[in-house]
Design a binder for this molecule. Structure first.
Ligand code: SF4
Length: 380
């Protein structure tokens, strides 16, 4: 999540609020945080004030001094904490907003970008309040973690709440699928009757032991059962495969396995690894230049595409992909951590290319080279 630093005053507990520049009715301000470049004292009713004015007089009310208010937009939702961090939990202009259902997880994936924690206070009430602050016309919302199913039936409370408060939003849940091995749990998801919900499930190998080693748990067959149960209840499923040194060699065999065993999945995403969290800790065991797995990636992608399935390539740079699979690449990196590097200067594919995770600034392919001309058929 995007985060900026500030000097904070009179903030003891976290304050969550919707950003406003002062357009709201006086009776609707309790959940709002006023942002003004130059203001001298708090206005009535707002839960806090954010300003650039160093001589702001808080009069005992919570406020933050920032160097610039340019990063805020009317309708963003932020958390202010006493350490001075302003955390953007929702950005009105982003299509990558997500709710973290829990930071706990029952897997310990070797390349997890966000290592799980063991204990936490239940976040459901906080998340329900958060959703109520989001703009009603939100088009997409993710539910992520940790492992979202660890909040048990509260996951369905959250889905129903999103359905009610954000009726236009599609929902994408990122889950390891293990919990859906319980048929009743899969049935409960189906009973939410959400009109546009996809559940994305990572699977890392066609060999059970390999998958289990990568996720740090003996759950391959539970995830497989979860996939069948979700299909039984006609849920829309995506598969996700993070490609790294331990997974790239068998991509073609794995694609064939997916075709034969999970023909019902709506998409299969091959993902370049984000080198943060445990992926950074285990970089020696995981890193391979993405250019060097092009042969296996190409074979897997074309195998699925030729058989009528829908493969995608996430987080990849177009200049290193073989031209005949560039059309499967998606702009998939969340805006707040998406960058281009100096080698991209002048490249005609900027904007269409996914670019890089901020954390991959130093761990990226050595084959990045700007594209100066583009033939029309490369991306379509
Ligand atoms: S040079 Fe940069 S912007 Fe251009 S295709 Fe490569 S990674 Fe993408």
């Amino acid at each position: 999540m995007k985060q900026i630093c500030s000097k904070t005053y009179n903030i003891n507990d976290d304050i969550v609020g919707r950003i406003t520049f002062g357009k709201s009715n006086i009776f609707c301000r309790t959940n709002e945080i006023l942002v003004r470049k130059d203001i001298n004292k708090p206005l009535f009713g707002y839960s806090a004030t954010i300003t650039e004015n160093e001589s702001f007089s808080g009069m005992g009310k919570p406020y933050c001094i920032v160097s610039s208010i340019e990063q805020f937009q009317e309708g963003d939702v932020v958390v202010l904490n006493k350490q001075g961090e302003i955390i953007f939990v929702y950005e009105i202009s982003s299509n990558h907003n997500a709710i973290m259902a829990t930071e706990r997880c029952n897997h310990r994936c070797v390349m997890c970008p966000q290592p799980p924690i063991l204990k936490e206070k239940d976040k459901t009430l906080f998340n329900l309040n958060l959703v109520s602050l989001f703009d009603k016309s939100t088009q997409e919302i993710g539910i992520t973690g940790g492992e979202p199913t660890l909040i048990e039936d509260n996951l369905f409370v959250l889905i129903r709440h999103i359905q009610k408060r954000l009726p236009k939003a599609s929902i994408s849940i990122l889950s390891n699928g293990v919990k859906f091995a319980e048929k009743e749990y899969a049935a409960k998801l189906a009973k939410c009757h959400h009109r546009d919900l996809q559940i994305d499930i990572p699977l890392f190998s066609d060999i059970a032991q390999e998958h289990n080693r990568i996720v740090g748990a003996k759950t391959f067959y539970k995830t497989v059962q979860g996939l069948y149960n979700l299909a039984l209840f006609r849920q829309r499923i995506g598969l996700r495969i993070v490609v790294h040194k331990q997974t790239y060699k068998r991509l073609p065999q794995f694609a064939d396995f997916i075709y034969h065993n999970f023909p019902f999945v709506s998409q299969v995403a091959f993902m370049q690894m984000e080198t943060t969290g445990l992926a950074k800790d285990n970089i020696k065991e995981l890193w391979i230049d993405p250019f060097d797995y092009n042969e296996q990636l190409r074979e897997a992608v074309l195998l699925l595409a030729d058989r009528g399935m829908k493969p995608y390539i996430y987080n990849a740079q177009l200049c290193i992909l073989p031209e005949d699979i560039r059309r499967y690449a998606q702009q998939s990196i969340s805006d707040w951590k998406d960058i281009y590097i100096p080698e991209c200067d002048g490249c005609v594919l900027q904007g269409q290319c996914a670019g890089f995770f901020e954390s991959n600034r130093d761990a990226h392919s050595s084959h990045i080279k700007k594209v100066e001309n583009i033939s029309d058929d490369i991306l379509c």
